[in-house]
Design a protein around this ligand. Structure first.
Ligand code: HEC
Ligand code: HEC
Length: 368
């Protein structure tokens, strides 16, 4: 029975790889086509629209309220930690630490992910996908003893009595009295703010819009990242190695939002991962050691890397993939020794740096 499970997973993976390969080509074509059509002076995000939930449409008021709540330690038990303590705008909303440090210096178990373009992640939230959406996600850190250590009744009482938040929450959600304010309203406001964190002015975007050109090294890195050797007729491109990266890190956000084992830990059997990841959420043994593929926008700013922050630099990350990672029965078939040369590895990293959007980052840094 177990073998047939593995076999069906294998077939699924092969189909999946094929579909992904087609999909990212198609997405790039769509992006290029939409630019040809839209000849406006102000660039707009080249993405499909964000799905705003019916019961929480974004309003100017709600986004402003969410922005204030995000950077205000009022949501933590002892008013020392805000969302922003672990999601700093200048680091593309990460914290630069291996594992996050919350209230009273308590060390969490995972690395703080970037919130760049988080509104486009419509599947699940967190490394293990344990929250369904941004509204639900925002309720977790406030009550998490390792993060903000608060209890909701106390926080809500504080907000009701606060000069600004009481009235602002009431107005933003059309409540008739302060007594109606509840944690869901806080979650909604924070979600609205986070859906406004849209980055689309990286060098990569400028190149797609025809407003910049890649250097030779960036272009080579891009072609390796996208496995262009498999598709191009150009002999120079055909001679490049493939990296398999874009099976999982699909443009435009460089994630397919799905869960994989990318070979971080040797696991002779599926119960031996130091962090069971997706498996703790689904209870499926085969999901142990799987984590959600992170988006790579602004990845240059979001070190250290992986769910446990084990790699300090992008060079280390690329070395990891080049070696093919460590054995686990459910390691993805796309994580395998790649045989990249030093030049290939450098070019891959150079390409990843084109995903940095300083316009985006500075917008929030200077606003604070
Ligand atoms: C103590 C540090 C810390 C604080 C405070 C904190 N976060 Fe996080 N945040 C993290 C870590 C670590 C993760 C990843 C946890 C995991 O996946 O298990 C995370 C994950 C997230 C995610 C999911 C991102 C994704 O890609 O799935 C969102 C959204 C988020 N935080 C928003 C917030 C908001 C909103 C607040 C304030 C209410 C907040 N965070 C407070 C550290 C923190
Ligand atoms: C099979 C899918 C898959 C492939 C192929 C893949 N990745 Fe990943 N990548 C992931 C997953 C899943 C993670 C998170 C793993 C974890 O933390 O446990 C990740 C993490 C990363 C990170 C860390 C990002 C962060 O914010 O911490 C970088 C950078 C990265 N990958 C780049 C690459 C590059 C470059 C390639 C090609 C050489 C590649 N990936 C190939 C799935 C994949």
């Amino acid at each position: 029975m177990y073998n047939s499970l593995i076999f069906s997973e294998f077939v699924f993976l092969q189909i999946h790889v094929f579909i992904n390969t087609c999909i990212y080509k198609f997405i790039i074509l769509l992006i290029l086509a939409s630019f040809t059509l839209a000849c406006s002076n102000t660039p707009t995000p080249p993405y499909a629209a964000i799905l705003y939930p019916d019961d929480n449409p974004s309003t100017e008021q709600g986004v402003e309220l969410g922005s204030r709540l995000f950077s205000d330690p009022i949501l933590s038990a002892d008013s020392t930690i805000s969302c922003q303590s672990c999601h700093l705008p200048e680091l593309a909303f990460t914290d630069g630490k291996t594992l996050s440090v919350g209230i009273n210096g308590r060390i969490g178990r995972r690395n703080s992910p970037s919130l760049t373009n988080i509104g486009y992640l419509f599947r699940t939230m967190f490394w293990d996908g344990r929250a369904d959406n941004l509204e639900a996600q925002a309720l977790h850190p406030v009550a998490d003893p390792n993060e903000m250590g608060g209890d909701w009744p106390t926080i809500i009482t504080r907000l009701r009595h606060h000069d600004y938040y009481g009235e602002a929450l009431k107005d933003a959600f059309g409540l008739s009295s302060l007594r109606e304010i509840n944690p869901d309203h806080v979650g909604k406001a924070l979600a609205q703010f986070q859906r406004s964190l849209i980055s689309f002015n990286s060098k990569y975007d400028l190149v797609l819009r025809g407003e910049a050109v890649f250097t030779d090294s960036e272009a080579r890195g891009f072609n390796i990242f996208m496995d262009e050797a498999d598709f191009s007729e150009d002999p120079e491109i055909k001679a490049l190695p493939v990296s398999e990266c874009a099976h999982c890190h699909i443009p435009p956000h460089f994630t397919n939002q799905q869960f994989f084992n990318n070979g971080l830990d040797e696991a002779p059997n599926l119960t031996e991962f130091p962090d069971l990841g997706r498996g703790t959420v689904t209870g499926n043994l085969y999901h142990n050691g799987l984590f959600r593929t992170p988006g790579l926008r602004n990845v240059e700013l979001t070190a250290p890397y992986m769910h446990d922050g084990r790699f300090e630099t992008l060079e280390e990350v690329v070395d990891h993939y080049n070696k093919g990672g460590h054995y686990a029965e459910n390691r993805s078939a796309n994580v395998r020794p790649l045989g990249l040369s030093d030049r290939d590895k450098t070019d891959l990293v150079t390409f990843l740096r084109t995903l940095t959007d300083t316009v985006f980052v500075n917008q929030y840094t200077s606003a604070k």
